[in-house]
Ligand binder design. Structure first.
Ligand code: SF4
Ligand code: SF4
Length: 364
């Protein structure tokens, strides 16, 4: 099996190329985000160039509300939508096996089904593989059983993502990565600079032609919340295997110092993101992904909220039920990572690294 995927000419890429060529002549939006400087560096757009522009775009909609060529103008510019459609299509092309991402992105029920199956699997494991001894959470589900379930559920999505990123890099003509490219990309992602509107005025996601910082802050809360929760899990694993310190942990311990604020940020960030999605114009995003995106945001929020509830219930009879709910949500989240909106974080980072290479090639 070849890992390399040639960028195909699809209707979405053809339409985005048409719009990019108009923007290239106009150039009004140059300072809005990273998409336009990258676009204005080119005269002709290969399919891979369009894939790269699409994955740089945050769908902030600033360019749409500033554009003099939107409908009813005959050019019918709608760059946020055109790039969002290329983006979603590219994630399906990169993920292995092909077709799952398209189904998950366009169908909230697919995510709900995986969530229900994940929760059912955890309740089944708890009821049939209940340990003879163990303390705290491990009295409900043995550590060895948890490891047997979560290790493959963690490693398989990582392998699929590695294949996808390899394909992305090939399609966008990526070069050898240097530390400074990674540093620039990480700084841009950490600050979500491309959601600033170019002058720190914010974006136009939910307020039409007025600016707002709400999506940037909600997105940051969600991203940092997730990363803190992940760091909490890693620290718990190190404490378990490296220092024989087993869960449950006290509030003054690394897993809790990282995990509790992480869970709060993740829960609040996703609630706000879901609310913003209900306010945004669905005609400025990819046509078919609204249900899948909402279901994914719900899954992320459920992961954060159920983790907090599980911690709060320590020592009570609610632990088995909340553990099944929380671990089932985590299992679904892991398994869906390469196929759901979660994949955008990895491809966005790859696009930012590729963009850092483009900028450094101009100055080297
Ligand atoms: S989105 Fe409209 S205003 Fe902005 S560069 Fe393109 S054509 Fe010009
Ligand atoms: S929607 Fe926002 S991020 Fe995307 S191209 Fe337009 S201004 Fe840039």
């Amino acid at each position: 099996m070849s890992l390399d995927t040639p960028a195909p000419s699809t209707p979405a890429i053809t339409e985005a190329r048409r719009q990019a060529e108009i923007c290239n002549a106009c150039r009004y939006c140059e300072g809005f985000c990273a998409v336009f400087p990258a676009m204005f560096d080119k005269r002709l757009f290969a399919n891979g160039d369009i894939t790269q522009l699409a994955n740089l775009c945050h769908n902030c909609r600033g360019c749409y509300y500033s554009c003099q060529y939107t409908s009813p103008h005959e050019f019918e510019l709608n760059l946020p939508k055109a790039l969002a459609e290329v983006q979603v299509e590219s994630w399906d092309r990169f993920a292995w096996p092909r077709g799952i991402s398209a189904a998950v992105q366009s169908n909230g029920l697919a995510i709900a089904a995986v969530l229900v199956l994940g929760i059912a699997a955890l309740f089944f494991a708890q009821s049939t593989l209940s340990p003879d001894g163990g303390e705290g959470f491990y009295a409900v589900l043995a550590h060895s059983v948890m490891t047997a379930i979560f290790m493959p559920a963690f490693l398989f999505p990582l392998a699929v993502l590695a294949i996808g990123l390899r394909r992305y890099w090939h399609e966008t003509d990526g070069r050898p990565v240097k530390f400074r490219h990674l540093r620039e990309a990480a700084m841009n992602a950490a600050k979500m600079r491309n959601l600033s509107g170019g002058q720190e005025q914010g974006c136009n996601y939910e307020k039409g032609d007025r600016y707002s910082q709400a999506r940037r802050y909600a997105h940051q809360a969600t991203m940092w919340g997730f990363l803190l929760c992940f760091a909490a899990t890693v620290s718990g694993t190190v404490m378990h295997y490296g220092f024989a310190l087993h869960a449950p942990y006290s509030l003054i311990s690394l897993p809790k110092i990282l995990g509790v604020p992480g869970g709060v940020l993740l829960t609040l960030g996703t609630v706000k993101l879901a609310w913003l999605k209900t306010r945004a114009d669905s005609n400025l995003g990819a046509g078919t992904t609204r249900g899948g995106e909402m279901a994914f945001v719900f899954l992320l929020g459920l992961t954060g909220a159920s983790g907090l509830a599980l911690y709060a219930s320590t020592g009570t009879t609610l632990v088995p039920s909340l553990m099944g709910l929380h671990l089932g949500a985590v299992l679904a989240l892991f398994l869906l990572t390469p196929y759901s909106k979660m994949a955008h974080g990895f491809y966005r980072l790859a696009a930012l690294v590729r963009d850092a290479q483009r900028r450094s090639a101009k100055t080297d």
